[in-house]
Write a new protein. Structure first.
Length: 200
């Protein structure tokens, strides 16, 4: 079925756009939630007006979302968890748990569907993105540490890992190939010189 979006919908489109969707998705979710209406000829005539209004609202929402995104800069959430020897958790840190703790920290309510990450199943530091709007998707760090241990250990380990990864980054191809090319050229010259008949 075709629907006219009344609001921006993640991974589908922006308000005022006409989209083809599965019948069930349209009838059971988009239309009842007030996110879209069936794309009838009358509705299609309203598309431009809806898009124009949505642009104004989007700018306002993005500005509000950006203020919230700025608060997330450098934010770290801590999650103690039980884990096996390999660092695999018994269970997982769910998007609901992340949404709740983030909400407590910032004094704002988040829906678990805004948390753009798979449930965390390993100890360590994880980057977590939050969809505030289609355009504003800030990220913060979630530190999952073993119950009874200090989360600081994981932060130090993560920063050391990042530093060693940076130090061990492969050289650009040009840097590797240039000396090789010079070496090959020098060898070719030497061979050519050896093969030249000696002057009588």
């Amino acid at each position: 079925m075709q629907v006219l979006l009344l609001q921006d919908v993640h991974k589908l489109g922006r308000a005022g756009q006409i989209k083809k969707v599965a019948n069930g998705y349209g009838r059971n979710y988009l239309i009842p939630q007030g996110l879209a209406i069936p794309a009838t000829p009358n509705a299609i005539k309203m598309a431009e007006k809806i898009a124009a209004n949505a642009d104004k609202q989007r700018d306002t929402r993005n500005a509000e979302a950006q203020a919230l995104a700025d608060k997330m800069q450098g934010l770290q959430l801590l999650f103690p968890a039980r884990a096996g020897e390999t660092g695999k958790l018994y269970g997982s840190i769910t998007t609901q748990m992340i949404a709740e703790q983030l909400g407590e920290k910032l004094g704002v309510t988040f829906d678990r569907r805004q948390i753009d990450v798979q449930p965390l199943r390993l100890l360590g530091m994880h980057k977590v993105a939050v969809r505030l709007t289609l355009d504003v998707i800030p990220a913060f760090e979630a530190v999952v540490y073993r119950e009874g241990e200090s989360p600081e250990n994981y932060m130090v380990a993560a920063s050391e890992l990042a530093a060693s990864a940076e130090a061990n980054q492969p050289k650009p191809v040009e840097e590797v190939l240039e000396p090789l090319a010079e070496e090959v050229a020098a060898e070719a010259e030497a061979e050519a010189a050896d093969e030249e008949p000696a002057a009588e």
